[in-house]
Write a protein that binds this ligand. Structure first.
Ligand code: AMP
Length: 453
């Protein structure tokens, strides 16, 4: 059995790999009992232990060690955690066990467990997790989200399902159409609650809560805990167990970060240069605007780098295709907006490029968290144009560290920005002085437009 270290922290792969993954005391939580180490010791049944072993998990992550026992005991739970901590298994495993131990056929058009989540990608991933962990049980599950036809989802609900994962809007649509009833719900999970409210789902969440039974088992997970979430948690949860993993700002610690000071028009050339220096591995490029994602993906393709754009205006089919091509490496570059990329959990993302710095500093942390998943390490490169310096300052304040500047790169900025001292010892390939002359770029945006495309 794994023993607590003298510091009280467990020696777990997750904890060792990254400070981000360390379970910490929730600000208002009661002192934690000594965390358990192995899945078997958490009280999980054989069918789940088998599935977990087949998934390749050896040790529970801290959030799993802290959540599973109280959830098996039927406690409500308030989890301060983001994706990447293993939180899906932290709630899915005990939920599956409770369903299996209390077998009951869900009536037609009903579900026993409802998981509300803000995005389609996250919903699909949670369903996948439930299927993975529940593969040696007979539980049924379904997912519903917007942007696709209704009929398939209506059919899936007809006979009733044990576990339903849904985005709020489509859930209410299906309820209004009489395809789904919410009065038999035993367990209600609100996932990524902060993002849900940011995306304007508060009225939909309130409505869903109106329809589900008051006597239920409720779990709420959020990456941040602003007052709105505290109030929501107070209204939904009864005497919850409170579990937190270290705040969002420390995600940054396990990612190798670099900053390139560059003028806006040079960013695309710098990107090509960086891609040449990183010829393998999956790359996610973050932008703010949906249409800019399309333009940049076109530019990359025109320059011989297979890429896809993924954002809210893409059809569900296009998003799924883009993700599939990304996962298999057929198009190893994904150009994404923050919301579209939220919750994308793809192993092997080696590089995240912040092509534009986000306005919300926390988005930077979520972005770079797309690499360095499940204990792996990763690299993140941020481009900062002169008019983005305020965003940079906010980000560095949030992560409580300066991002090391790449001292030499082909598109290095002149003027006062050049005086910013490089920080850290980081040396990397494109710190070489650039060969004279303009870099060779097949097309730029203007040229492509002129060709009528
Ligand atoms: P999540 O935070 O639920 O999105 O999970 C992040 C990633 O960690 C997923 O790829 C999971 O498959 C993986 N994972 C979850 N629990 C464990 C574990 N105990 N050991 C190793 N990997 C895990």
């Amino acid at each position: 059995m794994t023993r607590p270290t003298p510091s009280g922290l467990l020696r777990l792969p997750f904890a060792d790999a990254s400070p981000t993954q360390r379970a910490v005391q929730h600000p208002s939580a009661t002192p934690a009992p000594a965390p358990l180490s192995a899945f078997a010791e958490l009280g999980l049944d054989a069918a789940l232990l088998r599935a977990v072993a087949e998934a390749g998990y050896e040790t529970p992550s801290p959030i799993q060690a802290r959540c599973i026992p109280p959830l098996l005991a039927g406690r409500d739970l308030l989890g301060l955690a983001q994706t990447g901590t293993g939180k899906t298994a932290a709630f899915a495993l005990p939920i599956i066990q409770r369903l299996v131990r209390n077998p009951r056929q869900a009536p037609p058009k009903h579900c026993r467990v409802l998981i509300l989540t803000p995005t389609r990608e996250l919903a699909a991933q949670i369903l996948e997790s439930f299927r993975k962990y529940g593969r040696h049980t007979k539980l049924t599950s379904a997912v519903i989200f917007g942007g696709v036809g209704f009929q398939h989802q209506i059919d899936a609900l007809k006979r009733g399902v044990d576990v339903l994962v849904a985005t709020p809007g489509r859930l209410l649509d299906l309820k209004d159409r009489g395809a789904l009833r919410l009065d038999g719900i035993e367990v209600f999970v609100l996932d990524e609650a902060d993002r849900m409210l940011d995306m304007g789902f508060a009225p939909a969440v309130r409505k869903v809560v109106e329809f589900i039974p008051q006597k239920r088992h409720t779990l709420l997970f959020s990456a941040t805990m602003p007052d709105t979430i505290t109030r929501l948690a107070d209204s939904l949860l009864t005497n919850p167990e409170k579990v937190a993993v270290t705040p969002v700002s420390s995600t940054a610690e396990k990612v190798e970060q670099h900053l390139c000071l560059v003028n806006q028009p040079d960013k695309k050339h710098l990107l090509l240069h960086i891609l040449q220096e990183h010829p393998e591995g999956l790359v996610i490029i973050f932008m703010k605007m949906k249409h800019q994602c399309n333009k940049l993906a076109d530019f990359l393709i025109a320059n011989g780098h297979p890429a896809n754009a993924i954002h809210g205006n893409k059809s569900q089919g296009a998003r799924e295709r883009a993700l599939a091509e990304f996962k298999t490496g057929k198009a190893r570059i994904l150009v994404a907006t923050d919301i579209a990329a939220r919750g994308i959990d793809v192993k092997g993302v080696e590089l995240v490029v912040n092509y534009e710095l986000p306005d919300e500093p926390e988005a930077y942390v979520h972005r770079i968290g797309r690499t360095a998943r499940a204990g792996a390490s990763g690299k993140a490169i941020a481009f900062c144009a002169p008019d983005e310096r305020a965003n940079l300052r906010d980000i560095e304040r949030t992560i409580k560290q300066p991002i090391p500047v790449v001292a030499e790169h082909p598109f290095k900025i002149g003027g006062k920005d050049a005086n910013r001292q490089p920080t850290g010892e980081a040396k990397h390939p494109y710190e070489q002085p650039h060969k004279a002359g303009t870099p060779k770029v097949a097309f730029n945006f203007r040229q492509r437009r002129n060709r009528g495309r």
